[in-house]
Design a protein around this ligand. Structure first.
Ligand SMILES: *[C@@H]1O[C@H](CO)[C@@H](O)[C@H](O)[C@H]1NC(C)=O
Ligand SMILES: *[C@@H]1O[C@H](CO)[C@@H](O)[C@H](O)[C@H]1NC(C)=O
Ligand SMILES: *[C@@H]1O[C@H](CO)[C@@H](O)[C@H](O)[C@H]1NC(C)=O
Ligand SMILES: *[C@@H]1O[C@H](CO)[C@@H](O)[C@H](O)[C@H]1NC(C)=O
Length: 493
């Protein structure tokens, strides 16, 4: 088989060889997040978010000292975004709502009508173009006013999140049929409290991260049950959570490294998934045991991992219609016991160390078999739940248009995914590329190597001009032809 698709003027993709069919009923999308693309940080009534505060007060902590004040300017250019989605032929668009754009102070007493209008416009235009919205309620941009009250370390945030979710379901739930409560709880709690790098810039390793995690899980469960009680019947949608995970491959065949890799999975993915998706609920036993043991050795009166009550365990258990999974990397994990006198941390609690193996092919950053193993681990551990891949992708060095590495990445990861579905019986129904376009990559700013877009964005132009990369054509061809070709060459014409 040999064919040429000439989709855009600049490039064409030549497809050679046999083909793996896309599993039937499978859907494809792309993702973005409000802070990373919207800009309009103070436009018409929007409140300040923790990322606004962080980038404005700590430019030195962002690689290029930049902010999301304008980002891709999707607050003004959302029509162009939808044209790009239409051009690629995606089934759905995963985007997030900015909580402070809708509720400037975080609370529901004041609703910003311009913010509501902005999201109504996007949702309506998507549906008009036959693209389903998949909406994330929380993708890291907490209203600063709630951070001033302690942010996610404050257990009352679970209630405030439920109040916000109720407003969102009421405003948009008639048209939005797939809801994600929270994106990447590990990033929100561990990558911020654990290393102080991102917003809200509070450094509290081994303590703040676990407080944050407990509130997030309860917040998620509250939104789920409230949707169930008030909106499921009338709106008939699905609601789940998105958890990010590496695949942890043992660094050797020694028992202690094999156990360490399993522990890494339990304490990274299981921290969030076990309370929601396991039969028994609650944190994984190994996590509770290790943190309790370390806390005692460190002379804490209580475990640094605050426990759930039995009622809370039941409340959180099975509180999701689907398992949203973000996956990027595989790490080689070995056992590593940290000295008792080291200060408390999640890393110390895990007792592991990880590296990306330079010998992995096609590259240490492109490890498709790790993805397949991860999907099988989830299948086995949590009774083969319905999984949506809500993010997967790779950064390129320059935002170049001829992004061959991303095409290779997409090809081998989709192959691994379809094998997991067709051969291993994993119940995965959707795949989402991160990201629609190059954007504000948190504390990495707009620097090279962190451009994840299928579309290039010219951040030097006032128009934030968007241009398709070769990978956008490749993705389009998979969606259109409903199969993955075995051999793909990208040529410039
Ligand atoms: C919004 O912020 C910009 C700086 O990014 C500032 O110049 C402008 O005055 C602000 N607008 C409002 C309405 O506060
Ligand atoms: C573990 O053993 C298997 C079977 O002998 C081998 O294929 C694999 O490479 C070993 N793994 C490591 C990390 O040494
Ligand atoms: C805990 O307290 C004991 C008794 O005072 C002391 O010997 C030990 O060094 C302390 N441990 C740490 C990690 O500080
Ligand atoms: C920005 O877009 C407008 C309208 O599409 C166009 O007239 C203008 O030339 C563009 N400016 C730049 C710098 O690309």
């Amino acid at each position: 088989m040999f064919k040429t698709i000439n989709l855009f003027l600049l490039m064409k993709i030549v497809l050679v060889g046999g083909a793996t069919p896309v599993p039937s009923g499978f859907t494809f999308g792309v993702a973005t997040a409000s802070y990373q693309v919207e800009g309009g940080w103070n436009a018409s009534g929007k409140g300040e978010s923790i990322w606004d505060r962080f980038t404005h007060t700590h430019p030195e902590l962002v690689t290029d000292h930049n902010t999301g004040d304008v980002a891709c300017d999707s607050y003004h250019l959302w029509r162009e975004d939808i044209k790009m989605l239409k051009e690629m032929g995606v089934d759905y668009y995963r985007f997030s709502l900015s909580w402070p754009r809708i509720l400037p102070d975080g609370f529901t007493n004041k609703i910003n009508e311009d913010g509501v209008k902005y999201y109504n416009n996007i949702i309506n235009e998507l549906l008009k173009n036959n693209i389903q919205p998949m909406v994330t309620l929380y993708h890291w941009d907490l209203p600063q006013k709630l951070q001033d009250l302690g942010g996610w370390a404050n257990p009352d945030l679970a209630q405030y999140f439920e109040d916000y979710a109720k407003i969102a379901f009421k405003l948009f739930g008639d048209r939005v049929k797939r809801w994600i409560t929270i994106n990447e709880p590990a990033s929100i709690c561990e990558d911020t409290y654990g290393n102080g790098k991102g917003a809200p810039h509070v450094f509290s390793p081994g303590i703040g991260d676990y407080l944050c995690g407990r509130t997030l899980l309860l917040a998620h469960a509250r939104a789920y049950h409230m949707y169930d009680e008030l909106y499921r019947k009338s709106h008939g949608g699905k609601i789940g959570i998105t958890i990010d995970s590496i695949w942890a491959e043992p660094n050797s065949n020694n028992t202690e490294d094999i156990e360490a890799a399993e522990r890494e999975m339990e304490m990274e993915l299981g921290w969030w998934a076990n309370p929601i998706f396991s039969d028994e609920g609650d944190y994984p036993s190994i996590m509770k045991e290790r943190i309790a043991r370390n806390s005692k050795l460190e002379n804490f009166t209580e475990s640094r991992l605050p426990p759930f009550t039995n009622e809370e365990i039941k409340f959180i258990r099975q509180s999701a219609d689907f398992f949203g999974l973000n996956h990027y990397h595989t790490w080689s994990i070995s056992n590593h016991e940290y000295p008792v006198n080291d200060s408390p941390s999640y890393q110390k609690d895990k007792g592991t160390k990880g590296v990306q193996n330079p010998n992995w092919k096609p590259s240490p950053l492109i490890v498709p078999w790790g993805f397949r193993k991860l999907l099988n681990w989830i299948k086995k551990k949590y009774n083969n739940p319905l999984v949506y891949i809500t993010e997967n992708g790779i950064g390129d060095n320059t935002g170049i248009l001829q992004d061959k590495e991303r095409i290779l990445f997409l090809k081998v990861f989709l192959e691994a995914l379809f094998q997991a579905v067709n051969k291993d019986g994993c119940n995965v129904k959707s795949y989402t590329v991160w990201s629609l376009m190059d954007n504000m990559e948190w504390d990495s700013g707009y620097t090279f190597s962190i451009k994840f877009g299928l579309y290039h964005v010219d951040f030097n132009s006032a128009n934030r001009t968007r241009t398709p990369k070769a990978s956008a054509l490749f993705y389009k061809s998979i969606i259109k032809n409903k199969h993955l070709d075995d051999d793909v060459h990208v040529v410039v014409v």
